[in-house]
Design a binder for this molecule. Structure first.
Ligand SMILES: [Zn+2]
Ligand SMILES: [Zn+2]
Length: 126
């Protein structure tokens, strides 16, 4: 286990308090006023290390910018194509059994993660 710097703790605490699945730039913009010494490259480096250590989840939502999630529980993500909001979907959408049925007898499924695309409730009402 790596020893964590103070800056890494700050970033991790921030992630534990949000369900917004922020990008590195968003995390930096939110923390910078409170921690003026923080640099964007430090945020990037710490996010990469935290993701490598399996402490946070890196999401590739297909928009070319990684988003980060400190919730490691099995869940899927809905991405709004208008506002880019990422929402958690905790319902089991695909049973591992049905994936194995689709893949064939010799496959075993340990986990899966879905990205679902569409327009969120906020954008649909606006
Ligand atoms: Zn939206
Ligand atoms: Zn999530």
């Amino acid at each position: 286990m790596r020893k964590y710097s103070r800056q890494r703790e700050i970033i991790l605490e921030y992630l534990y308090q949000t369900t917004a699945h922020p990008s590195a730039e968003q995390i930096y913009a939110d923390l910078k006023p409170q921690y003026p010494a923080l640099s964007l490259s430090t945020v990037y480096r710490n996010l990469r290390l935290l993701a490598e250590d399996g402490i946070i989840r890196r999401l590739d939502t297909g928009e070319g910018v990684d988003r980060f999630d400190a919730d490691l529980s099995a869940h899927n993500h809905f991405i709004c194509s208008k506002c880019r909001r990422v929402s958690d979907v905790f319902e089991t959408l695909i049973e591992p059994k049905s994936l194995e049925d689709a893949l064939g007898k010799a496959f075993s499924v340990s986990s899966h993660s879905l990205y679902i695309y569409g327009v969120c409730d906020g954008c649909n009402q606006g």
